[in-house]
Design a protein around this ligand. Structure first.
Ligand SMILES: Nc1ncnc2c1ncn2[C@@H]1O[C@H](COP(=O)(O)OP(=O)(O)OP(=O)(O)O)[C@@H](O)[C@H]1O
Length: 259
């Protein structure tokens, strides 16, 4: 059985169509990338897949069951979402925000158990946040906030991690840090990762399959080499590119050429 079946999904905001006849499947354990130009519908698509947005048409099955039929808490045990902005600047401490990820697993009105606290501590240590744990998150840099967001998702212990542009606003060092943590988590726990990425070079290195959206339609979906065709990428992004083979990983990489 597929983890996700996205069946004839379409969505419109008012009268403007944003997703049209979207159909694809994702299997358990995949690292699935969603790429496409600004405004092509990537965030809208993953919002429908995480149950945050009801599509205007079609349906989305998670483990064979309509995603709309899951209760919020039940869904939060399966899917963790890292939204584009990471976490909003709040006056809660790093540790408090990370602990919020345990919410789906707590009994109503009960506090964290010793086991929950241990899970929070492990995530803080793993993501290099232990020394920052008593700091308010609104005093952190964008990169540190993104790590807090990832730690909160980690303690949620989901089976699926959905990330919307996890590397926007991050320098190359932090981009790699986030991507490597996600990869390690994927490999150690077998979680399924679905991520929207603008950086085609990262998408190529970190995803095993890609979906390319163009103006609300699927342009292509499949293996990295099949989707990242230079002529297609050049025409969809309306820009000159040169494709090379990554000298270490043997995957497509793109260079931009100035005029
Ligand atoms: N809440 C909303 N109300 C009205 N229109 C919206 C809403 N959210 C998104 N849109 C529109 O839907 C289209 C697709 O937006 P979406 O955010 O899904 O694209 P995207 O591919 O994620 O873009 P980006 O790469 O810039 O983040 C855009 O034209 C956007 O203006």
């Amino acid at each position: 059985m597929n983890l996700f079946d996205v069946i004839h999904v379409q969505h419109q905001f008012g009268t403007i169509p944003v997703l049209q006849d979207i159909e694809f499947q994702i299997k358990v354990g995949e690292t699935f990338g969603i790429i496409g130009p600004n405004g092509s519908g990537k965030s809208t698509l993953i919002r429908t897949m995480s149950g945050l947005l009801k599509p205007s048409g079609g349906k989305i099955l998670l483990n064979g069951k309509s995603i709309r039929s899951y209760r919020k808490r039940e869904l939060a045990k399966i899917i963790a979402v890292l939204e584009q902005e990471g976490i909003p600047p709040l006056s809660f401490t790093v540790e408090e925000v990370v602990a919020m990820g345990r919410y789906p697993w707590l009994k109503p009105l009960s506090d964290l158990s010793l086991e929950d606290e241990q899970i929070v501590q492990t995530a803080l240590e793993k993501l290099g946040l232990w020394n920052l744990r008593t700091k308010p998150v609104n005093n952190l840099s964008g990169g540190q906030r993104q790590m807090v967001s990832l730690a909160r998702a980690m303690v949620q212990q989901p089976r699926v991690l959905i990330l919307d542009e996890p590397t926007t606003f991050l320098d190359i060092g932090h981009q790699m840090l986030v991507m490597e943590h996600v990869r390690e988590w994927h490999q150690s726990e077998g979680i399924t990762v679905i991520m929207v990425l603008h950086d085609l070079n990262l998408a190529s290195q970190y995803c095993n399959r890609l979906l390319l959206l163009d103006n609300g339609h699927i342009k292509s979906c499949g293996e990295v080499h099949d989707v990242l065709q230079p002529a297609t990428i050049s025409s969809i992004y309306k820009t000159e590119i040169i494709m090379i083979n990554h000298p270490v990983h043997q995957v497509p990489q793109f260079l931009l050429t100035s005029k």
